[in-house]
Design a protein. Structure first.
Length: 37
C-alpha cells in the first residue's frame, strides 16, 4: 500500500518533469532505467 502511494507520487513528479523538460528528462529516465536493469 505504502509502496503504491510512493510509486504514484513518483510517477506524478516524473510527469511534471517531463512536461517541463521532455527531451532531457526522457533521456535521463532511460539512462537510469537501463542502468538499474
Amino acid at each position: 500500500s505504502k509502496f503504491q502511494v510512493h510509486q504514484m507520487l513518483n510517477e506524478m513528479d516524473e510527469l511534471k518533469e517531463l512536461k517541463n523538460n521532455p527531451h532531457r528528462d526522457f533521456y535521463n529516465c532511460r539512462k537510469v532505467d537501463t542502468h538499474i536493469h
